[in-house]
Design a protein around this ligand. Sequence first.
Ligand code: SF4
Ligand code: SF4
Length: 392
Amino acid sequence: MNTPLGLAKDELTACVSCGLCLPHCPTYQVTQDESRSPRGRISLMRGVESGSLAITKEVIDSIDTCVQCMGCETACPSSVQYGSLIERTREALITERKLNLRLKVGLWVLLRMRLLMIGSRLLALIQRSGLLSNKFLPITSRIPLRSEKYKECVDPEVVFFTGCVMDAWLPKIHKSGLSILETLGIQYTVSGNTVGCCGALHNHAGLRSIAQEQATKVIAKLPPGLPILVDSAGCGAALKEYNKLLETEEAEKFSSRVYDIHEWLVNDPRWKELPPNKIEKKEKVIVQDPCHLRHVQGAHNSVRELLDPFVECVELDDEGLCCGAGGAFSLNQPEMSTKIRDLKLQSIKRAGGHIVVSANPGCMIHLETSGVEVLHPIQVIDKFMHRGETDD
Ligand code: SF4
Ligand code: SF4
């Protein structure tokens, strides 16, 4: 029987309303409102599915204010598949929901790499001209004036996924990642502009069919068989979940060869064979776990393992609570996103206010715009690996 949201009944009834997820839900933490909690959202989904609840503005707002951080899924003792429930609900309500214009334009541009690159160069010029105050720009880091050209190896053993916004705005992180691979003698090719965007943000926004089209394109364009390394936690999570998005054997095989770059490196024998470094007094860095690395990929500890020889990792006291970036969440729900970020900033302050490392460009940009100094772990590792070599 067709239901308004098309959700599986057993997925909805798996939630026993215990509330153990509430402390891990950022939107509940900042509002203390049940309709902004996982339990409350599932209850609203149930009401709509059973026909006892109309699709009101309150229902839409509850669904739209979810960051999709998956903190609740990790915390849930009943293994409720919240991610699948919220994705499908957003998709089912796409005509009732209102995506703001900035988000719609942004999602449209992401699928057009040439346009994204041209637009980014313009943004880079505006940044340098001082014509617009920083608060009107989506990023505080300097966007490069030129597109990056990457070296490629003749006989690659891995594919390095370059994506879209990260390639246009933060290619210095990709360069650090590739420099580490080169130092270790790992031969690579890059996905590049012909592959472009992974479709993660489209799927988050509820535009599932566009995300599926993009996933099919990415799978077809990347060389078969090779492991795919990703230095953006959000993109890595999306590529690893193409199997769920497309539900095909091909997608299943594709997803099984996707690795976050940290989890790949930490298991690579060439990394393990690196000579011990000679850093006497290690700098402290605060490790902020992107939700897509911690709750979706479960690869967050690899970051610590890789950083450990070079810096002292300082932990936050918020048990991996989201920072409020949430893909395009900060564009569609700026107020909620800022309130959640404020919690993270307090936690960073309590941890000593050191430089923050975060393995996701969205989190980096979101935190940077509040004045926090943020680096990608790969940048830190690259810097110290090469400093170590010089010292020898
Ligand atoms: S989602 Fe899981 S943790 Fe949260 S209320 Fe339901 S059963 Fe409990
Ligand atoms: S995904 Fe995150 S924001 Fe959404 S209900 Fe779960 S914990 Fe709350």
